[in-house]
Design a protein around this ligand. Structure first.
Ligand code: FE2
Length: 234
């Protein structure tokens, strides 16, 4: 596992079994417009209605087709002809994090990455079966799966205004993190395993202001444990 010299924490890199949005992008046949762009909107890993009744096709249509697409399109507009034009999405996030002069590029790059990651964190007909390696780490870090779910929901519900809740690995244990706006764990050199989008656009059409109901339904019925386990990189 690669690590940063300053922290010793794992760096999220091009591991074959870890999540890499560029790999997803490469599988898509781009349109003519997209061939002229560095970044493309990756395909959803399921149909728009596949997550119903927890997340409606209407919500997913707007969330993926409008919001996610807007981040990708804006990013291409911002980086065209700049020193950032040839960087991957992940490299853009790492290069622009914490730099106020590049805040707009960071916001759109991070949101493009976060959303692709989020789509893969969800799966129709989630099961209770958690791969053994991940289950062991959850038990070691949170006591048991039920307590992990409570802590994950608490972070998602307590994130003030727009943001994300994350399950991350620091290379030894698992932790729960909440981030505001487009911030994500990559610049902290933490490895994301799962996330829940708690921007209002993720749930308002279906749940209005009842964020806890959305969070609870996602945790109980949609989490992709196989994807989370693969992101451990072990
Ligand atoms: Fe979102």
């Amino acid at each position: 596992m690669n690590s940063t010299p300053e922290s010793g924490l794992p760096r999220v890199t091009q591991q074959s079994n870890a999540f890499r949005p560029e790999a997803t992008e490469a599988a898509e046949v781009p349109s003519q417009k997209e061939r002229l762009s560095l970044h493309v909107l990756p395909p959803l890993p399921y149909e728009l209605g596949a997550l119903e009744p927890v997340i409606s096709a209407n919500t997913l249509s707007y969330h993926y087709g409008k919001h996610h697409r807007a981040y990708v399109d804006k990013l291409n507009e911002l980086v065209q002809g700049t020193e950032f034009a040839d960087l991957t999405l992940e490299a853009l996030v790492l290069r622009t994090a914490g730099k106020p002069e590049h805040q707009q590029i960071f916001n759109n790059a991070a949101q493009a990455w976060n959303h692709t990651f989020y789509w893969h964190c969800l799966v129709p007909r989630s099961t209770e079966a958690i791969p053994a390696t991940l289950a062991r780490k959850i038990n070691d870090s949170f006591g048991d799966v039920a307590n992990f779910k409570r802590e994950f929901a608490k972070a998602a519900n307590e994130q003030f205004a727009s943001g994300w809740a994350w399950l991350v690995s620091d290379g030894s244990g698992l932790h729960i993190l909440k981030t505001g706006n487009g911030d994500d764990p990559l610049p902290k050199h933490l490895r994301p395993l799962l996330t829940i989008d708690v921007w209002e656009h993720a749930y308002y059409l279906d749940y209005q202001n009842r964020r806890p109901d959305y969070v609870q339904a996602v945790i109980e019925r949609l989490l992709n444990w196989e994807f989370a386990a693969a992101n451990l990189g072990t």
